[in-house]
Design a protein around this ligand. Structure first.
Ligand SMILES: C[C@H](O)[C@H](O)[C@@H](O)C(=O)CO
Ligand SMILES: [Mn+2]
Length: 421
């Protein structure tokens, strides 16, 4: 599989393999398993959540992108070109996560009238790239979302519009899943809430529930439904209709996927801690791996404690078939292709760290009540030669090893991104 011209054989990997073998960890099995875990790469990092509806509207709905790095994708072709560059630098086989505002059409199409044909370009591109495709209705950045309420709006006209948009989105996702041969995960997130203390917390939640019931009523065999909660947003500081309790209950009742966004809880509350609990009650989870700095700031994910804890929970519990890993960050202050590359490579590195953990031994020490050994091994594992195994993964997948990918990003910046007006 690997190309020896691009990446010559490593002298460090055999030593690392033997070091892990002495711990009872099989690096070859870890490398094989890592290659089976797709990351759903969010299109919206490539253009600051702009989309291609050709409107000059503000982002709004509590979403904010800061930074003005040159080279933002302005068209679907530019965004696909940028994604191809990032995919060249990311080992493994992944997925694209697309929002409805990334449709392609010569004439304006209202969101309640979107159809599969408006996304055929993306479907064909994913087929060419041999990657899966996930989808999201876009219930924000629209005049009918400006008052902060969509699926829970008391205005029946507004609520109907967003119900029809979400219904249309599921039809599109189902077609994506059918054509690509891999189910699309469709995530519903709405910004609904109030800036200040509501007089009625119940009625908006009843309306949101009724909207969702109608949206999900039609079976979509090639689509997996997910719902995403949030603690607060800009403009919905006092009340969010779709809170964690709301969606946790809803996902359990409907047996659909629950989306946990790492930035959508109290700052000390970790989604890594929620994975095992939620999986006892819902069939699947979607993760929005993100990094909140002091708030839901959607920074590029770094290889920090929470990322390591999230990825470790997935592989240690062997639930990668039930946990869909998606990314959700948007940083316009750095090169956008680099942002994707850093975020996905880190998520894979986190998964690999979990796969190289001596999980069975740790669990045995725990069951024996030997918490001293458990802590000692957890800490010693941190300085095992994971870097050499990660480099081997990159080498075998013909992607740059170590910092070499940055040269490609710089070249792409000079040749392509800097030419965009
Ligand atoms: C654009 C995304 O869908 C959005 O970020 C949503 O997932 C979210 O996390 C809102 O805070
Ligand atoms: Mn999210």
């Amino acid at each position: 599989m690997s190309n020896p011209t691009l990446n010559p054989p490593s002298t460090m990997y055999p030593e690392a393999r033997d070091a892990y073998a002495a711990w009872g960890v099989n690096t070859e099995a870890a490398l094989e398993r890592l290659a089976t875990i797709p990351i759903s790469i969010h299109c919206w990092q490539g253009d600051d959540v702009g989309g291609f509806e050709n409107t000059d509207g503000d982002l709004g709905s509590g979403l904010a992108v800061t930074g003005n790095h040159p080279g933002k994708a302005r068209t679907p072709d530019e965004l696909r070109q940028d994604l191809e560059q990032a995919l060249d630098l990311i080992p493994g086989s992944h997925r694209l996560n697309l929002h409805a505002i990334y449709l392609e059409s010569d004439t304006p199409v209202e969101r309640d009238a979107i159809e599969p044909r408006h996304f055929q370009g993306w479907i064909d591109w994913c087929k060419d790239q041999h990657i899966g495709l996930d989808f999201n209705p876009s219930c924000f950045s629209h005049p009918l979302a400006d008052n902060g309420l969509t699926l829970s709006s008391p205005d029946e006209g507004i609520r109907r519009f967003w119900i029809d948009h979400c219904k249309a989105s599921r039809v599109i996702a189902d077609e994506m899943g059918k054509q690509i041969g891999s189910k699309a995960v469709t995530n519903i997130w709405v910004p609904d809430g109030y800036k200040d203390v509501p007089a009625d917390r119940m009625a908006p939640r009843e309306r949101l529930k009724a909207s969702l019931d109608e949206i999900l009523a039609t079976p979509t065999p090639n689509n997996i439904d997910a719902v995403e909660s949030k603690l607060f947003g800009i403009g919905s500081e006092a009340f969010v209709t779709g809170s964690h309790e709301f969606y946790m209950g809803y996902a359990i009742e409907k047996q659909i996927a629950l989306c946990l966004d790492a930035g959508h809880f109290h700052p000390t509350e970790m989604i890594s801690e929620k994975i095992s609990a939620c999986l006892l009650y819902v069939p699947e989870l979607l993760l929005h791996v993100s990094r909140g700095v002091r708030w839901d700031s959607d920074h590029v994910v770094t290889l920090n404690d929470e990322l390591l804890a999230i990825t470790r929970e997935i592989v240690a519990n062997k639930v990668e078939d039930r946990v869909h890993v998606g990314l959700d960050f948007f940083d316009a202050s750095i090169n956008r292709v680099a942002a994707w590359t850093i975020g996905v490579r880190n998520t894979l590195r986190g998964l690999l760290t979990g796969l190289l953990e001596p999980t069975e031994e740790l669990r045995a020490t725990e069951l024996a009540g030997d918490y001293t050994t458990r802590l000692a091994l957890q800490e010693e594992a941190k300085t095992m030669p994971i870097g050499a195994v990660w480099d081997e993964f990159c080498r075998r997948h013909d992607t740059p090893v170590g910092r070499d990918w940055l040269k490609d990003v710089r070249r792409y910046e000079k040749d392509v991104l800097s030419t965009r007006g």
